[in-house]
Design a protein around this ligand. Structure first.
Ligand code: AMP
Length: 305
């Protein structure tokens, strides 16, 4: 079925309700994105389509989460290609609102605060980023609640549809924060995490990769190599020896390492020293961030043994 583009909340509600009713659907999925879509986003969309009767993808570059106006201005915008990619995955509706539609009163007075979890790692170098991101995710999750455009009698007859929203493991801190927001504030939605999609050489797909030169891209591969080293050591129940993996990244002159650590997957608190030095057991996340040329790259792998 061709995808339908909607730009207002009212049209989103009308069209999603129409689709749910005509399909006698019992579930709706939401895939929030900022556009400039690639195969990572396609995996989110595909998973949502497999699991739900109606799927909405949102495309919105949220000014509230950009500290730097030039970063916001140069964020790639590729709507036609995005629609084609989403249609290829079977997404029903693309919701691409204007800034005024999302923030009709200008910058919102009341916002979500991300607490200590939003201040560390990415939050440390991007102050306010996660407050802005969570505020828009809260709004998008509300827009996507299924049945909002159905007459009350229709909802009562069919019961409340299931509601799921899809986020990439790639942005591990965002995912952990969205899970906390949904749990702490009782949002009526199930959060589904989708594993990171990588290029054949291992680089995690990102809309920002297009700003890397060939040489920088080659250098950036050290991030995944270092993460994979930890993954292999964890699987083999060896000591993680984070320091040697850090040294490997630092030996690459084009890469400016910001952080590289092994953390608890929910709280993102660093694991105790002895978890790194004794044979690894349990579940953790290895997080890395680095500046390569003009681009800030983040990546992570789950560790388990
Ligand atoms: P963005 O458009 O960058 O805000 O990302 C929208 C969603 O796609 C977020 O949930 C991201 O975590 C997810 N995403 C981005 N890149 C990837 C990737 N390489 N693999 C899986 N999910 C991704």
């Amino acid at each position: 079925m061709p995808i339908k583009l909607v730009t207002t909340v009212a049209d989103l509600h009308t069209e999603s309700a129409r689709l749910l009713a005509s399909r006698r659907g019992t579930s709706q999925g939401l895939v929030p994105t900022m556009g400039a879509l690639h195969q990572g986003h396609a995996a989110l969309a595909r998973t949502a389509v497999e699991q739900n009767d109606v799927v909405v993808a949102t495309i919105f570059v949220n000014p509230l989460q950009f500290g730097d106006a030039t970063d916001l201005d140069r964020y790639p915008r590729t709507l036609d290609a995005d629609l084609a990619l989403l249609e290829g995955q079977g997404v029903d509706l693309a919701f691409a609102p204007s800034v005024d539609e999302v923030y009709p009163g200008g910058t919102p007075l009341v916002r979500i605060t991300s607490g200590v979890l939003g201040e560390k790692w990415e939050g440390a170098s991007r102050p306010g980023h996660f407050d802005g991101a969570l505020t828009v995710v809260a709004k998008l999750l509300h827009y996507g609640i299924p049945g909002a455009g159905l007459p009350a009698s229709g909802v009562a007859e069919a019961g409340l549809p299931a509601y799921r929203a899809y986020f990439g493991q790639k942005d591990a801190q965002q995912l952990a924060l969205v899970r906390r927001m949904v749990a702490d504030l009782n949002f009526p939605v199930e959060i589904v995490a989708v594993p990171t999609v990588r290029a054949v050489d291992g680089l995690a797909l990102s809309s920002r990769n297009r700003f890397l030169s060939g040489e920088e891209r080659e250098a950036a591969l050290v991030l995944f190599r270092a993460l994979r080293l930890l993954e292999e050591r964890a699987k083999a129940r060896e000591p993680l020896d984070l320091e040697s993996a850090q040294a490997m990244v630092e030996s690459q002159p084009l890469v400016g390492l910001d952080y590289f650590d092994v953390v608890d997957p929910a709280t993102l608190e660093p694991l105790a020293e002895n978890c790194r030095e004794t044979p690894f057991r349990g579940e953790a996340l290895a997080l890395i961030a680095a500046k390569v040329g003009p681009v800030r790259l983040i990546d992570n792998v789950p560790l388990s043994s």
